[in-house]
Write a protein that binds this ligand. Structure first.
Ligand code: GTP
Ligand code: MG
Length: 195
């Protein structure tokens, strides 16, 4: 998709604040600091429309970005961040779970994992949860720029095995730094949303 327009719409903490115009939504899920917000910026060619940080726990609400008057990206707080107080974590968990399980406008989830490491227990739970609820998922292995080209396939395999992906499940090698995988990811997103 050629992005001609991208705007931040709202930081939502409750369903009443979610967008009401019924455009298809694609949500971003993944470990805190894995690169969800950076991935959005990369896809829409903007440096910092989605706020990023080198410290985990930057995104704390569900942030909606409207793209081309055609879809939304819903940027979610990351999971697995130890320093967030238990009560806050529980509240985020409830917010994310209720968004993912009840949201009519949700057409799919981009689950972002780190190419460098085997999937964590949280990554595995998230992915099987999405499968269980029949929510289409695109797994993106990001930070590819941090691994030498010759090792990419070994690391991709580690992720495919760790998440128990079938050969047909999409897995995209990505780097927000170099833009690698951007066209592939837009293509997969195109398969999820009606046109
Ligand atoms: P939370 O909002 O805290 O859940 O984090 P997030 O998943 O949105 O991560 P964010 O996009 O804020 O990125 C976290 C850090 O990783 C930042 O320092 C980014 O610059 C860095 N980063 C993200 N993607 C890449 C990438 O593809 N390559 C490299 N080298 N660094 C990246
Ligand atoms: Mg973020």
């Amino acid at each position: 998709m050629k992005v001609t327009q991208a705007e931040f719409v709202i930081s939502a903490v409750k369903p009443a604040q979610y967008p009401a115009d019924a455009l298809p939504e694609i949500a971003l899920a993944g470990r805190s600091n894995v690169g969800k917000s950076s991935l959005i910026n990369c896809l829409i060619n903007r440096k910092n429309l989605a706020r990023t940080s080198s410290k985990p726990g930057k995104t704390q609400t569900i942030n909606f970005y409207r793209i081309n008057e055609a879809l939304y990206f819903a940027d979610m707080p990351g999971y697995g961040f130890a320093r967030v107080p238990k009560t806050v974590k529980a509240a985020w968990g409830r917010m994310i779970e209720s968004y993912l399980s009840n949201r009519e406008a949700l057409y799919g989830v981009i689950q972002v994992v780190d190419l460098r490491h085997p999937p964590t227990g949280d990554d595995r739970s998230m992915y099987s949860w999405l499968k269980h609820y029949d929510i289409p998922a695109i797994v993106v292995a990001t930070k590819a720029d941090k691994i030498s080209r010759g090792n990419w396939s070994k690391h991709l395999k580690q992720i495919r095995n760790g998440l128990d992906l079938s050969a047909a499940d999409p897995l995209i090698l990505f780097s927000a730094q170099t833009g690698q995988g951007k066209a592939d990811l837009w293509k997969e997103i195109g398969h999820l949303i009606p046109r």
